[in-house]
Write a protein that binds this ligand. Sequence first.
Ligand SMILES: [Zn+2]
Ligand SMILES: [Zn+2]
Length: 300
Amino acid sequence: MKIELIAFDSLGVRSMCTFVETKDTSILIDPSASLAPNKFGLPPHPKEIERLNELWQLIVKKARKAKVLIISHYHYDHYNPNRPELFKGKIVLLKDPKKNINKSQTIRAKEFLEKIEGIPKKIEYVDGKSFTFGKTKINFSKAVPHGINSKLGFVVETSVMEKNFKLLHTSDVEGPALKEQVEFILKEKPNFLIVDGPLSCMLGFRYPVTALNESIKNMLSIIDRCPIKTFILEHHFLRDAKWKERAKKIFEKAEKKKIKILTAAEFNNKPIEVLELKRKELYEKFPAKKIKKVSSELLP
Ligand SMILES: [Zn+2]
Ligand SMILES: [Zn+2]
């Protein structure tokens, strides 16, 4: 199995886009990326937009190559509604657009499905289902909450197995703090795990300390109970400047077990550049006219 980490927070954008190639098929999970619309009262810096454009070009290249496109939920950093042609001739595996979904994502999913109608070769709703492509098997979790409750909706976790090797992509679990998010991981027992870590950048506001503790405990138990070789810790967690400190116990345990805990940037042999955390510095170093309208409209 060939795994490529295409766009992630450590690479300067909000995304968990992952390309997987097996002997039988090629899969792109969550083909999109976005930027924080507002950080420290500032809109994205042109350097961030430049990075988003670069990575978006790479996502497009991989989307063209992939036979299967997966969308774990309907947030713009995980799907791009503005490029329906990318789905032409593809097998599109989608989080159920009607069941276990919040209001805003129900509306987005409906609009998205209308836009891509007739374009893909096949569309399937995947919550809790399995799909086989030759000897490659894809298992999806049932819908699990986006974070510690279902206010932001639900996501599906993806597991891809070829021979005895398994990759698992959690999507936006923001933890995992909940039993139901962890259950799928413990059942699948991945060798390569890509986790959306705790939302500790909102600690004490939108994310309680108990949830952080529970997430750390769960990750330690995952390391104990799964044959993991590579553990990618990413996405929401990296928006907390103190994430490495908070993950100390995980690094210690992993070291003992000779497991690599890495960000996508480190896996790709690149420096960690969570550009949104450096936004203030970027404006100081490279003064730029503030851009008013952002978010999904930024996507090429
Ligand atoms: Zn999300
Ligand atoms: Zn996300």
